[in-house]
Design a protein around this ligand. Structure first.
Ligand code: ZN
Ligand code: ZN
Length: 245
């Protein structure tokens, strides 16, 4: 059995006073984070999830609300936790250089530090799959700003299959990419308006029958969507929400 804890469920701007994207999934053989937005460390601390439980950080794309929390996660693992077991950071092409550039820009370069644990960066391209920590991970391309190298994922964690959209607008292949998942965590930034690079509730209602998933949970909720939480027919995530699969 797997357990999924939503650490952060807001859009890029902290709509509704919630945290940026991060989802922790705990399987029988270990744990992983789907995205690690800038507010992730505070969220893990508040929810009592130890960083040491995270064996893999899986990044959907290079926007700060999805990978901005990695440098602080690494520093805290080193200086607060004295972590010793390996950490895998999996993401689209350029994952390692993007994290290094980000950390340097934030004022604490990762280079030249005496790490107490191995950090393995692994690039996963759309159409490829490999196993990392407790999971089998498969990547697919999404419809989002191309300069952020956007991807979504299908992850086999123990017996459960979890699909994650990352950030995306609607595209024709999305139903095929997430088909036969037990849980599909899908972004829904907007209520009515349609944008090329984000999904709206209106669009998801229109395509709901095409989505073959045991459970559909909406996240990355913008201001209007955060007010709709719990009042619509499709399930919506909230910070701290826990789901058992
Ligand atoms: Zn985002
Ligand atoms: Zn984005």
């Amino acid at each position: 059995m797997s357990e999924v804890v939503f650490i952060g469920t807001s859009d890029a701007f902290g709509a509704g006073g919630r945290r940026q994207s991060a989802i922790f999934a705990r399987g029988e053989r270990g744990g992983m984070l789907f995205d690690c937005g800038g507010t992730t460390n505070g969220g893990l601390n508040q929810l009592g999830i130890e960083r040491g439980e995270v064996d893999v950080i899986l990044i959907s794309h290079f926007h700060g609300d999805h990978f901005g929390g990695i440098p602080a996660f690494l520093y805290a693992s080193l200086y607060t936790d004295a972590r010793t077991h390996p950490l895998e950071i999996v993401g689209p092409p350029e994952i390692e250089s993007r994290v290094h550039t980000l950390a340097a820009a934030l004022g604490h370069s990762l280079a030249g530090r005496k790490w107490t644990f191995p950090i393995h960066y692994r690039e996963l391209r759309a159409g490829e799959h490999f196993s990392a920590g407790p999971a089998q991970i498969e990547a697919f391309a999404t419809q989002h700003q191309p300069e952020a190298n956007p991807q979504g994922y299908r992850v086999q964690l123990g017996r459960e299959r979890i699909a994650y959209s990352g950030d995306t607008g609607w595209f024709e292949d999305l139903p095929i990419r997430i088909a036969s998942s037990d849980l599909f965590v899908c972004e829904c930034t907007l209520h009515g308006a349609a944008l090329d690079f984000h999904l709206s509730l209106e669009e998801l209602r229109e395509h709901r029958d095409e989505l073959d998933c045991g459970r559909l949970i909406l996240t990355h909720l913008g201001e209007e969507m955060s007010h709709q939480r719990g009042q619509i027919e499709i399930e919506t995530a909230d910070d701290g929400m826990t789901v058992k699969l």
